[in-house]
Every structure is written in C-alpha cells, then in structure tokens.
Design a protein around this ligand. Structure first.
Ligand code: AHR
Length: 329
C-alpha cells in the first residue's frame, strides 16, 4: 500500500514537471510568452496602413491568428522603422513565442534581430526582405518575388510594343524608398525593357505606396513631362491616385497613357475592368494562414524552408472582369 502511494506521488511529480516544460514553449521559443495556457503568442510588427494591399494583409494575419487560437500581439509602425524596432524590442521583453514582421525598409535590422536570437525567440520575415548577411537571424522569409513582379510588368510592355520602334516614354512611380518591393520592382522592370532602346523611363519618383502621394507626384510629373506614353506604378494605390491626376489633366487613363500596376486589390481590379488600367501583376496579401503554420513549426523547433514564395498571377482587362466578382479584398 505504502509502495503504491509513493509511486503515485512520483508519477504526479513527473507529470507536473512535463506540464511546466510544455508551458515553456519548447524549441526556440525561450520562456514561451510567460503564459501557461499553452497558447502560442505571436508578436507581429506591421509596416502600417499605406495601401489596400496592407489592409488586406493585416486582416489576413488577424483572422488567421484567431482561427489558429493564437494570441496575436499586433503593432502598427505607421511606416516608421524606429517604431518597428521598438515593437520588436517590446516583444522580446514580453517573451513572446515567435516574432514576425514586414520590414518597412531592407537595412538596419541586424542589432534588433540579434537581440531576438540571443533571447531564443525565432523570427519570421513576412512580405518584405531584410539585407542582413547573417541568415541565422531569422528562420524564414514568406512572401512574393518582387523582382519577378517587376519583370512581368516590363515583359507585358515589351510584348505590346513588339516590332515597333517608336519611342515609348515611361513614368515610374516607385514605392517607399529603401523598401524591398520598390527596389526589386524597379530592378525587374528595368531588366525586362533593357533590350528595347525605344522604351525609356523618362521619370522615376517615389509615391510612397499611397494613393495620395501617387496623385500629387503624378500631378507634378504631368506638368514637367509633356510626352508620357506609359505609367508603371509599383502598386495599385499609387496608380489609382495617378489616374485622378491624369483625368484632372484632361487625359484618358488606359488610353492616352497606358497604366501598369502591381497588387490586384479590388479597387485596382475595378479600374482594370473599367479600362483605366491596362495590366496588373498580382501580389498576394493573404499570408496569414501560412504564417500561422510557420509560427507553430518554428516554435516547436522544426526546420522550415528558408524562403517560401507566394503564388500569384497577372491580369489583363478581360481577366479582371472575370475575376472581379470573386475578389475578396
Ligand atoms: O510589400 C508589399 C507592398 O507594400 C504592396 O505591393 C504595396 O501595396 C504595399 O504597400
């Protein structure tokens, strides 16, 4: 009898230890958010709310975290890198299980990422890359191939002008200076058109990925640059702002000036279907479910693919008409 009691007590003790260890988060997660309800705690630092794409991305992450039953600590950096660094440091102090973020710009992350690594908290990059040479500072990068997106935009333009030698003057509205999609979409587009000397970028300026800046920057360009054949905007929102400026200048967007954009959010797709945009390269903001899956894996200490690409397509005006009724964002 006494022996049975001693064994039962030993067993209870063992169970208590393993339950506590389980609460510790396991894998890379350090102290696991300092909570003992077993819920994965994810700290996410978002760029801001600059575009329709970003709003859809935030919703995807919030919905997916709720569906997975994770505790999401969400922070909006309002386009400022210092706010993102502050948020990441706060996630480290709070001992979250996993940190994910979409970096405003590519450079300047090594120090804070090293702090996260030293604290044993795995980091996932979503949407945008960093230029850190030390790849051990983050577990994976989930997002689009922005160079490919730029290339697809340029390829379409080259195809439209096949066999023609007339000059094609292109205005480029770049995204946020120093941001991965701005750098890469510029690069991909330039690569695609480089064998066609008649296609020239006559003006390239940042509209910061917003509709308002797309409009004001385009207003200025329309005044200073008389012959514009094509507008290539790094996202739908800047393209939509530019359309307002083009119409106010008495020109027809999609006809007098051909327009190519990236994203394929609902408003962009509507403008494409209405003939005001000519071609859109898709960039999917629906990263939430994949991010939750990755967070679970890295918390458990599993090795994940260091680069996970998003699936996306392109849209012509006809394709936009067909896709619009099902477009959720
Ligand atoms: O990083 C993705 C880009 O950021 C989207 O194309 C743009 O709309 C957003 O603001």
């Amino acid at each position: 009898m006494v022996r049975v009691k001693v064994m039962a007590a030993a067993l209870t003790g063992l169970l208590a230890v393993s339950t506590l260890a389980g609460c510790g988060g396991g894998g890379d997660s350090g102290s696991g958010g300092g909570k003992d309800d077993g819920k994965l705690v994810l700290g996410f630092s978002q760029v801001g709310a600059e575009s329709g794409w970003r709003t859809a991305n935030t919703k995807s992450i919030q919905d997916a975290a709720a569906a997975a039953g994770y505790e999401l600590k969400f922070s909006d950096a309002q386009g400022k890198q210092e706010k993102q660094i502050e948020a990441i440091r706060s996630f480290i102090t709070q001992k979250v299980d996993v940190i994910a973020f979409s970096p405003v710009v590519t450079s300047g992350w090594d120090s804070v990422l090293k702090d996260a690594k030293d604290a044993g908290i795995p980091v996932i990059l979503t949407d945008r890359a960093v230029d850190s040479q030390d790849k051990s500072l983050y577990k994976t990068f989930l997002g689009s191939d922005f160079v490919k997106e730029g290339k697809e935009a340029g390829d379409w333009l080259v195809k439209q002008n096949e066999g023609k030698t007339d000059p094609v003057n292109v205005v480029e509205l770049q995204g946020t200076v120093g941001a991965a999609p701005a750098i890469d979409r510029q690069k991909g587009f330039a690569e695609a058109i480089k064998a066609n000397p008649n296609i020239k970028i006559v003006k390239s300026q940042s509209g910061n990925f917003t509709r308002a800046e797309g409009k004001t920057v385009m207003e200025g360009i329309l005044q200073s640059t008389p012959d514009i054949d094509v507008l290539y905007a790094h996202n739908d929102d800047m393209g939509l702002g530019a359309i307002e400026a083009i119409e106010a200048a008495g020109k027809k967007p999609g006809k007098d000036i051909q327009i190519i954009t990236v994203d394929a959010v609902k408003d962009g797709m509507q403008a494409l279907a209405d003939g005001k945009i000519n071609f859109i390269v898709e960039c999917s903001p629906l990263l939430g479910p994949q991010l939750m899956d990755l967070a679970k894996k890295v918390k458990a200490g599993e090795t994940v693919d260091p680069r996970i690409l998003t699936e996306e397509t392109t849209f012509t005006q006809e394709q936009a008409k067909a896709a619009l009724p099902d477009r959720k964002y």
